[in-house]
Ligand binder design. Structure first.
Ligand code: PEP
Ligand code: MG
Length: 587
């Protein structure tokens, strides 16, 4: 193994997705990563310039290849963007200025290119004209590729890993994470981030082990490093010793045995030992994932995060494009339901290609996102609502609004929905006139007014990822406060109980679709608090189902009652974990 002559280094981060992986490290560079800076000897200057030339040629070939693939898979319009990328590489001003910078400073070519391209990016991004501003994005992307080629990291895209690799990044944007090559990524490690960042949600959905908040790991990695990623304890071990490898090999073996048993048990129904059925549904972000929901025997899709259709697109998808995507899912899971969530852009999911729609904010999670964005941009909102309604003619479609803060906002959203229904009727187009419309409870003000919201909601779906961040005032993607993000905080448990009580008084069902729902340690607590259904990344259904089948609802209720009386998040977590450990298979 290539790691044998290097010293083992153990680095503690935050456990974000369970599992163990071992493999060669691939560093995914983002624009903020430091580029090494050094002086080039006089006799190596020609070779340095040849290296630059070569990097430009390689980059051109890579972009042309990706362009061909995009054209084949997505169509010529989507492939056009890469013309702009290729043009950047032809830009004499950029190239000549880099060479001049090199000749004057004698610094390595990466440093020179980085300096010049950053200056251009900055200049473009400050221009008022939208077209030119978008060029800043193209330039950033291309500059990134050139730098990676110069630094010898040729396999520079998460969607095209050369081989099976542990992906280490300073951070991964939602759209980058959505394009991770499933067959090649072994694990995900990020310097930044916390347990509910979207990179982690994607990692969990792919059942990839993930460790986040490892601070400066990207800058400590050297070419050819290997790493063990321990997603249970949140540890990354660089260049592990033979003894460490042996120990982790044993853990992996046990894990595989458990997986096999889980898979067999997944054929059974999700019913507790005392006979209570618990619907386990799937969270998806792309229409193709509906198949995964079926493969894992989900009882429908409990959360379809529609923003991924937007994040991976150069423009706002049309009503027809959206309709086809929603119809695909509705038909794929029928007769089971699909709950389509209206757009939740903004926060950690701005649409990078549309900076004019998402102004810079100093507190994006508190700012212009989700339903707030939709109510301001009713043209975009209405296109989506009509597309969802049209898809409702092809399966059991439900609709829900994210980030509702109170009854007035819900009423405003419903009024827009009413207008869309009237428009479709006028057009003579079919849709389900009795479509169930639910509310996501993820803001404390919504939780406090659950009684009011329940009057006009067919169901509630609790978004614990956001609810916890807002209740505890802990930014869900900030690694400096990640240790304060505690799903078992008494405030969280009491709030969940309150929501369930108010909903049940009005016969409104309650599901949880945040990451808590896919973590089997919390399953008994949530069910004991009275939650009716759970929606999670499909690949977690077997583990959660195993636990549901191994417990009684009476035991879960007793656990929740006890937790409601406790004062420490840590102690409540320990109780939940003990409950879980006592019921999972141990070899
Ligand atoms: C949540 O907040 O729990 C949720 C499911 O929504 P998202 O993670 O997409 O914000
Ligand atoms: Mg949310």
């Amino acid at each position: 193994m290539s790691s044998s002559d290097k010293k083992e280094v153990i680095i503690q981060g935050i456990a974000a997705s369970r599992g163990i992986a071992y493999g060669e490290v691939f560093v995914f560079l983002q624009s903020t990563v430091e580029v090494p800076r050094y002086q080039v000897d006089a006799d190596k200057k020609a070779a340095e310039l040849a290296r630059f030339d070569q990097a430009l040629v390689t980059t051109r070939k890579q972009i042309a290849k990706i362009q061909g693939e995009v054209e084949k898979n997505l169509g010529p319009a989507e492939a056009l963007i890469f013309d702009a990328h290729l043009l950047v590489l032809e830009d004499r001003a950029l190239i000549d200025e880099t060479i001049r910078e090199f000749e004057t400073t004698g610094n390595n070519i990466e440093t020179c290119f980085n300096k010049v391209s950053s200056r251009y990016i900055q200049a473009f991004s400050e221009i008022g004209d939208e077209y030119l501003r978008e060029r800043a994005g193209d330039l950033r992307d291309v500059a990134q590729r050139v730098l990676q080629n110069l630094l010898g990291q040729a396999e520079n895209s998460l969607s095209r890993l050369a081989d099976k690799r542990v992906v280490v990044a300073n951070d991964i944007s939602p759209s980058d994470s959505a394009s991770i090559d499933r067959s090649a990524a072994l694990a995900i490690v990020t310097d930044a981030g916390s347990k509910t960042s979207h990179a982690v949600i994607v990692a969990r959905s792919m059942k990839l082990p993930a460790v986040v908040g490892v601070r400066d790991l990207t800058s400590r990695i050297q070419k050819g490093d290997w790493a063990i990623v321990d997603g249970y304890d949140g540890v990354v071990i660089l260049n592990p010793s033979e003894a460490t490898l042996f120990r982790y090999g044993k853990i992996q073996e046990r894990e595989r045995g458990f997986e096999t048993k889980l898979f067999e048990a997944n054929m059974q129904k999700a019913v507790t030992r005392d006979g209570v059925a618990v619907p386990l549904m799937a969270n998806i972000g792309k229409p193709e994932e509906a198949k995964m929901a079926n493969d894992y025997r989900a009882e429908g899709v409990g959360l379809f995060r529609t923003e991924y259709l937007f994040l991976n697109s150069q423009r706002v998808p049309t009503e027809q494009e959206q309709f086809l995507a929603y119809k695909t899912v509705a038909e794929a899971v029928a007769p089971q339901p699909v709950i389509i969530r209206t757009l939740d852009l903004g926060g950690d999911k701005p649409m990078a290609t549309k900076p004019d729609l998402f102004p810079h904010e100093s507190n994006p999670f508190m700012g212009f996102r989700a339903i707030r964005f939709c109510l301001e941009h009713q043209d975009i909102f209405k296109e989506q609502l009509r597309a969802i309604l049209l898809a409702s003619a092809y399966g059991k479609v439900r609709l829900m609004y994210p980030m509702i803060s109170g009854h007035e906002e819900l009423a405003r959203a419903n009024a827009v929905l009413g207008e869309c229904m009237a428009e479709l009727k006028e057009r003579g187009q079919a849709f389900d006139e009795n479509i169930e419309v639910g509310t996501m409870i993820e803001i404390p003000s919504a939780a406090m007014t659950a009684d009011l919201l329940a009057r006009d909601s067919a169901f509630f779906s609790i978004g614990t990822n956001d609810l916890i961040q807002y209740l505890l005032a802990v930014d869900r993607v900030n690694d400096h406060v990640a240790h304060l993000y505690e799903p078992t905080h008494p405030a969280v448990i009491r709030t969940l109980k309150h929501i369930v009580n108010e909903a049940h008084k009005k016969k409104v069902t309650v599901s949880v679709c945040g990451e808590m729902a896919g973590d089997p340690v919390y399953t008994p607590l949530l069910l004991g608090l009275g939650v009716d259904a759970l929606s999670m990344s499909p690949s977690w259904i077997p583990t959660v189902k195993y636990l549901v089948r191994a417990m009684t609802m009476a035991e879960a209720k007793a656990l929740a009652d006890e937790a409601l009386k406790m004062s420490s998040a840590r102690e409540i977590y320990a109780k939940c974990e003990a409950f879980y450990r006592a019921r999972v298979i141990t070899e």
